[in-house]
Each structure stands twice: as structure tokens, then as C-alpha cells.
Design a protein around this ligand. Sequence first.
Ligand SMILES: *Cc1c(COP(=O)(O)O)cnc(C)c1O
Length: 392
Amino acid sequence: MNEDFQLETLAVRAGQERSQFNEHSEALYLTSSFVFDSAAQAAARFSGEAPGNVYSRFTNPTVSMMQDRLAALEGAEACVATASGMAAILAMAMALLKAGDHVVASQSIFGSTQQLFGGILPKFGVAATLVVGTDPAAFRAALLPNTKLVFIETPSNPLTEVFDIAAIAEVAHAAGALLAVDNCFCSPALQRPLQFGADLVIHSATKYLDGQGRVLGGAVLGRKALAEEVFKFLRTAGPTLSAFNAWVILKGLETLKIRMQAQSANALAVAQWLEAQPQVQRVFYPGLPSHPQHALAMRQQASGGAILSFEVKGGREAAWRVVDHCRLLSITANLGDTKTTITHPASTTHGRITAEARAAAGIAEGLLRVAVGLEAVGDIEADLARGLAPAA
Ligand SMILES: *Cc1c(COP(=O)(O)O)cnc(C)c1O
């Protein structure tokens, strides 16, 4: 589709291929396989000489539409959809790394991603070094001659640390490594890492791309040659996206920008309100001028995003009190939904690491993460205020 169109237009128009019925909305092709006109056509499709669908583990028209639309939004040459965000990261690693290679990853990445790099890939001879903090020099210091991939997530979960994509891309490229950015928290509506020099973008489409908590999905985006390698792994190994989930995500993308803008605006309002509460020790939100990397965030991101965290005075007891007084906010570790969610990282998402490791990572006992949705700001604040109020 014409690259001159702006993101809002691409979100509702890019990637659509109409069938002979000329349907207005994108069609959902629920079929495992495709029929050939002749033995010769079957042979040509199987060999790859002729374009066309063969089997939905390889390609499916609904999945292709979703891939093309997301590629347009990220400004990527190509997109490969996967069954989940973790399947995207696994597929990228299996396609682009081999035994003897080394990965440099931020320590502030999704827990399962850490487990993949630290616990699973080493079984196949791929080692990883985790970098603490956001300083590009620390990433440079962790590079080895066999480093092939640098992996970051920005802003991070739950402390919303912001990583300088352009600076870390330079560090990776100087060492001949690729930079992959997990763009789950911002989505292309707020941040496009490829513009800043990243080679690969990873998505858990389960989060903001669907945006309404319905399906799991993922994607790897980047240059055609890289995406082709990921595709070759996926079509053989199998963790591809189902047509139904692709269709849900395709429709989710249409409202991505307005959802992200509205949820970001809500998050900023809630963050400002939290900063003014006497029971709140500290608020972590890149959209606040008090955030140490506010300027960098505003260079890289269109806004602060919809996720914030805050530390309440009184440790775990006070934090749990806030959670347990919520009647509106959903107590769940999931995020990226139109419904606001609240979680206590120290006892959930970061509960399996030792207390010392948690403290080193800055995950305080009084820390709460809120992924702000589309409810009225006043209602969200009233829900949080109930548990923040001093016990009677
Ligand atoms: C949820 C999440 C993932 C994993 O995605 P799934 O779809 O759950 O497999 C990866 N990265 C980040 C930042 C996430 O929030």
C-alpha cells in the first residue's frame, strides 16, 4: 500500500486483499489447507515456483493481511506472525542464532524472555549475558566476539526504564550484532524502533495490538531477508498464528492509535494524581517530567504510554491493601487491555526470583503496576484512593 499514507490510514486500510465477493471488511479464511487446480499447480506451489497458499501452517490469507498491515504500521519491509509473543522471540532466536553464538539482553525484559535466554537457549549452545540498567556503555561492555544479537524492551516492565534505541543500535552494529526491540509496551502507534536503527521488532500481539484481551498472538518484523529466515523456521516448526486470531488482531489494529492515545492520556492523568497522594512514595511513568529519562522518552515515543507503576509507603502490606480494595480494576498480571489492570510485581510477575535479586532490580515490596485502560480517569482514581486511604 502507498507508503505516503499516515499511520491512522494504514491502520484501517493497509494489507487488505478482497476476494471475488468484494467484501468490505477483511475476510476470515478458516481453512487448514488450499485446493489446487491441477497436479502441475500443486507441484509449482510446493516448490515455491508459483505464489499461492498451500497449508495454513505456511501461509493463510487472513494471516497475510494482518502481517502486511502491521508491517505498514511499523514501517517494516516484512512481518511474520506467530502464535504468541514468546513464539515470536523463540522463532527469531532459532532462525537467527546457532550454537556458539552469544546474546546480550537487558535484565529488564519480560520474565519468560529471560527464561528463554537464560534457561532454554543455553541447552542449544547459545549463551546470554544480562545487562543491568539502561546505559549503552554497559551493553558495549557485555559484547563478546561471538555476540550476534542484542535484545531490549523499552519502556521496561514494571519500572518503565527507557532505553536509548539509537545509541544501543550503534553499539550492536559496531560489533556486527543485530538489535531486536520488544515494542509491546508502546506499539507502533507510539514508537517505531526501526526508525531508530533497530533491526528487528518483536510484538506480543496479545497486548495492545489486539487490545481487548481476546487472543494470543505475536510477530517478528524487520528486513525481508531476516523475516524470511524466521518464516522458514516457523513453517517447519509450527508456532504460526491461527487465522481466527489474525483476524481479531487485524481488526484490533484499526483502533490501535486512538486506543493508545486515549489510554496514554488516562495514564498521564492517573500518574499526576498519584504523584500528589501523600501515601505514594514514588511514581514511575515516562510521561512525567519527574521521570529521569523523560526527555529521551519524549524523543522516542509519541507519549508516555499506558503503563505506570508506583510505590506506596508501608511495603507489601500497604500495596496489597490497595489491590484488595479495588472493585473496578482487574487484579491480573495481564496488560494491554481496554480494562485497567493492577498487579503487585514482587509477589506475582517477579515472585519467583530471590528477594535479593528483586531488590537489586528495584522491584520494591510496595510497588504496584497499573496498565491503564479506557475507563473514566475519575473512576480509576477513586478505585485506587479507597485502598490508599489510611486504615480507619
Ligand atoms: C506478554 C509479553 C510477552 C510475551 O507475549 P505472549 O503473547 O504472552 O507470549 C513478551 N514481551 C512482553 C513485553 C510482554 O508483555
